[in-house]
Ligand binder design. Structure first.
Ligand code: XMP
Length: 516
């Protein structure tokens, strides 16, 4: 069964929640892709979707220059769900009227359902949790011909609408957000009742299809993959290994800037449970020599990045006869995201590269269609250990950018010991998986302390713990005081050379997650 034989296309009008819509659809085991609103009609037809979802967006449909899809979309014989801006656009394009609302409707609202069919199949007048989440300044004032109202809210006489004979529906509220308690029912009804999709998109079926595709593409050629210790590269390697076995060689460059045991468990797993070839390259001396005397964060980053590429290239060359490079690029990096700002359309392709073009290798990116949470599920399905699958993100330049000032063996040693304590306590208390990242930073200053009867003059460790969904924004984690206290006590007592621990209470923006 081809898991892509049934797919939903999400047409993006620049909403903050477009990716969330995609994740909600995929949670229902239906494959979907996000495409920008200016995607040509011919391309949409070629993709043969089972249905379309028009996202919300920050503009007003009646503005000049407001983003519009090809009106031919509404003539296709396809189910369409318009969400907020998407619903308003459908109404306007089909002859109805959208105007500025007297009162903005923002936040929770209660839905009064008038039509228990279509999007509201399975709900009934006894459904007491008809709470929905609204966020709009415009509202539908007049429906196009052949449309009827399906639900109302206090400020939206047309909170949900439907075409009387065609599978065209629209909602003023956002079914994709958690505050819309009937959101999952609404999406499921669209997918399974209106689009007649089946729940085929599972990690098992993804593995089967992808393994076949990799086998076909690679044939008898050789593939290399850089293992960083992170989730994405580990899952990429495991998946490709399942497809082509010994034709894959992984290269792990130990740059001396890893956390204690950062990759040990992963390398052990690969060694013990698969026959994956891993070249474990010891380049510690090279990196630490390069970093000697360097304090500028950007120069540090460049030196580390350059060193990695140099060593990776040398090793790849030694292997000879390699045709493909495998990378763990994820879907959020390849979506042609739409950002609308004051009428200007900014089309931004994220940087999806990792290694330079000069390597002249063809890319294999088997995770290109997946979101991070799906990669984790895939990792578990492939048998990777929990510890590797639920690891917090770790930056490419490693501890090099968590030591303020010069990086030296001694300072790495201090930071590693403090960092182990942070991780141990976070894991023991169950907080490790609740936060986005938690780590220690070594500051370039010394402060006065007293230990026993002795005056000390030693290093300061900063504790950085953040909550985040995508690392674009973050807030400092509100850890329990006892946990913070325990971490601080242990670091000061157990790590020689540290006599003070401070807590970082900054959010991103304006700060960043890492200190350099
Ligand atoms: P910042 O510090 O910019 O970090 O708020 C955002 C997220 O990215 C990680 N990070 C990196 N990851 N190479 C990486 O692979 C890097 O050079 C790098 N710099 C920061 C950081 O840990 C956080 O999750």
């Amino acid at each position: 069964m081809n898991i892509h034989s049934e797919k939903i296309l999400i047409i993006d009008f620049g909403s903050q929640t477009t990716q969330l819509i995609a994740r909600r659809v995929r949670e229902q085991k239906v494959y979907c892709e996000i495409h920008p609103y200016y995607t040509a009609l011919a391309k949409i037809k070629e993709l043969k979707p089972s249905g379309l979802i028009l996202s919300g967006g920050p503009r007003s449909v009646y503005d000049t220059g407001a983003p519009k899809c090809d009106p031919g979309l509404f003539e296709l014989d396809l189910p369409i769900l318009g969400i907020c801006y998407g619903a308003q656009l459908m109404v306007q394009e089909m002859g109805g009227v959208v105007e500025k609302a007297q009162k903005r409707e923002f936040g929770k609202s209660v839905l009064d359902i008038k039509y228990y069919d279509g999007l509201f199949t399975g709900l009934d007048s006894n459904t007491d949790e008809c709470q929905v989440w609204m966020s709009h300044g415009d509202r539908i004032e007049k429906l196009p011909d052949h449309f009827s109202v399906s639900a109302q809210s206090e400020h939206s006489p047309y909170a949900a609408i439907r075409h009387e004979s065609r599978p065209l529906v629209g909602v003023q509220f956002h079914p994709e957000v958690a505050h819309t308690l009937i959101g999952t029912d609404v999406l499921r009804n669209f997918l399974f009742t209106l689009c007649k999709c089946r729940p085929l998109w599972t990690m098992g079926s993804f593995i089967d299809t992808t393994v076949d595709a990799i086998k076909q593409k690679v044939g008898s050629d050789q593939v290399i993959c850089a293992l960083s210790g992170g989730v994405d590269s580990a899952v990429t390697a495991a998946l490709i290994h399942r497809a082509i076995g010994s034709q894959l060689t992984c290269i792990y460059v130990n740059n001396g800037l890893m956390r204690t045991n950062e990759t040990a468990s992963l390398l052990k797993f690969f060694a013990e449970t698969t026959h994956l070839k891993v070249l474990d390259i010891d380049a510690v001396d090279y990196f630490l020599d390069e970093l000697q005397g360097i304090v500028d964060p950007e120069i540090k980053r460049k030196k580390i990045g350059y060193g990695f590429i140099k060593i990776f290239e040398e090793e790849a060359k030694k292997l000879g006869n390699v045709k493909y490079l495998a990378q763990g690029t994820l879907y959020p990096d390849v979506i042609e995201s739409v950002a609308l700002d004051g009428g200007t359309v900014i089309k931004s392709h994220h940087n999806v590269g990792g290694l330079p073009d000069i390597m002249k290798l063809d890319l294999i990116e088997p995770l290109r269609e997946l979101f991070k949470d799906e990669v984790r599920l895939l990792g578990l399905e492939l048998g990777l250990p929990d510890e590797a699958v639920f690891r917090q993100p770790f930056p490419g330049p490693g501890l090099g950018i968590r030591i303020m000032g010069e990086v030296s063996r001694e300072r790495l040693d201090i930071l590693r010991q403090a960092d182990v304590i942070v991780l141990e306590e976070m894991k023991k208390s169950g907080w490790y998986r609740k936060v986005w990242q938690s780590f220690a930073v070594l500051l370039p200053i010394q402060t006065v302390g007293v230990m026993g009867d002795e005056r000390t003059y030693e290093n300061v460790i900063a504790l950085r713990c953040v909550d985040s969904l995508d690392a674009m924004t973050a807030d400092w984690s509100k850890l329990p005081y006892e946990l913070i206290g325990r971490i601080s006590n242990r670091i000061i007592n157990e790590v020689r050379g540290v006599n003070r621990v401070v807590l970082d209470v900054s959010s991103k923006p304006p700060s960043t997650i890492e200190w350099e």
